[in-house]
Design a protein around this ligand. Structure first.
Ligand SMILES: NC(=O)c1ccc[n+]([C@@H]2O[C@H](COP(=O)([O-])OP(=O)(O)OC[C@H]3O[C@@H](n4cnc5c(N)ncnc54)[C@H](O)[C@@H]3O)[C@@H](O)[C@H]2O)c1
Length: 376
């Protein structure tokens, strides 16, 4: 059957949490925004046959496979979307780019700077469109925060603060899986910290120097099928001091052992003219306090980032209804599909490499107990 010429065919590798989020994003993108092309969920892959079959039907894919390489080989696939654990990303990126496919890769780009660089080299060499899943950039309130910083609304940035707390590793009976395996899951700095480092560099500019500390509170976890124990290879919690190239200072904290904190993150910027605060638990809002506000209103005002003049808000519901986590993927894929096939796409894998370099510097700082200059 002839293929409609406005169709962009997508193969998603991995059917877990992100496979679901991406399927949702592609499906809702043309509902929320009028797009020049029509995304088609063509094929989904996963290693468990029954699970991937069930997921692909539920998410609306035409077909499924247990062999991700078969997706790369299919001539009808335009975008390869990678939703596997980080240690599997670079190999898939390289295979997809070599086949001339556009690549969307979940964060973090990889688990080492060398493999992240190999992934970037592959997309550059083959000239394919590429993007990395720093989806929080596409939440309206976060996009508004970036816009306000860029427009100088809070003056010169002095301080940046990013904190991300979850409780997913608190229970010591949670068995070992890829998230505790440094080679497959990367670190907590790489997992949660990559989002924060990306937002920091995107809003403030390049990080120049870091000094970090880490702790692993639960050093061993039960092995497959509850048999034996496996040593945990990663940090449960880390924090870092940051010096930006422009002189601003920053603090980052990431932790997965914080009781009753499910996925709570805050980002704060303090500039010479004001303060901006984003709190993910109130994701439709942005707080702003400016030194030129009447002293009667001393403190911070709450902006509802839902006005049609705010980023992305005009695509969505009437003011007052708000959006959620899923909308970050809808906005992301709407932007990428709108730019199909010329691009540009942003953030690209090169941004992912840059974040990997900063996270790697934090990890080296922990190991060597010293400040580490980025690129050294
Ligand atoms: N942007 C975000 O908000 C966000 C949120 C959660 C996770 N993530 C990232 O998304 C990626 C996937 O995380 P998830 O939570 O969906 O994981 P998950 O465990 O829910 O799903 C992982 C999927 O990858 C497949 N898989 C596992 N190992 C594989 C391998 N070696 N080769 C090929 N396929 C393999 C599994 O079959 C499964 O389908 C990670 O990089 C993670 O950091 C991003």
């Amino acid at each position: 059957m002839a293929r409609p010429k406005d169709e962009v065919r997508i193969g998603v590798i991995g059917y877990g949490a992100m496979g679901k989020a991406h399927a949702y994003g592609y499906t809702a993108a043309p509902v929320i925004r009028r797009l020049p092309v029509n995304p088609k969920l063509a094929v989904m892959s996963g290693r468990n046959e029954n699970a991937v079959a069930a997921a692909s039907v539920a998410y609306g894919f035409e077909s499924w496979t247990t062999d991700w390489r078969s997706i790369i080989e299919r001539p009808d696939i335009d975008i390869v979307d990678i939703c596997t654990p980080p240690g599997a990303h670079a190999e898939i990126v390289q295979a997809a780019a070599s086949s001339g496919k556009a690549v969307f890769c979940e964060k973090p780009l990889s688990v080492s700077v060398a493999s992240a660089r190999a992934a970037v080299d592959a997309v550059k060499k083959n000239g394919v469109l590429n993007a990395i899943g720093f989806n929080y950039r596409r939440l309206p309130a976060v996009a508004l925060m970036k816009q306000l910083v860029q427009n100088g609304e809070v003056g010169d940035v002095l301080l940046w603060r990013g904190i991300w707390l979850s409780d997913e590793f608190l229970d010591p009976t949670i068995p070992f899986d890829w998230r505790f395996d440094r080679q497959m899951g990367g670190t907590t700095i790489g997992d949660l910290g990559s989002h924060l480092v990306d937002m920091a560099e995107w809003m403030i500019g390049p990080v120049a120097e870091v000094s970090a500390q880490s702790a692993t509170f639960i050093a061993q976890r039960s092995g497959p099928g509850g048999r034996g124990t496996v040593p945990v290879g990663i940090d449960d919690a880390s924090s870092a001091l940051i010096r930006f190239a422009n002189g601003a200072r920053g603090v980052m904290e990431v932790a997965r052992t914080c009781a009753r904190r499910p996925c709570d993150f805050t980002v704060e910027v303090n500039g010479t003219l004001g303060t901006l605060v984003f709190d993910y638990t109130r994701l439709n809002e942005l707080q702003i306090g400016r030194v030129d506000d009447d002293a009667l209103f001393y403190g911070r005002r709450t902006v509802r980032a839902e006005h049609p003049s705010h980023p992305y808000a005009g695509d969505w519901w009437a003011i007052g209804q708000g959006v959620g986590y899923g909308s970050s993927f809808v906005n992301f894929f709407a932007d990428l599909l709108q730019a199909w096939p010329e691009g540009p796409w942003s953030p690209g894998l090169e941004d992912g490499l840059r974040v990997q370099v900063v996270c790697d510097a934090m990890e080296r700082s922990v190991e060597e107990r010293r400040w580490v200059t980025i690129g050294s």
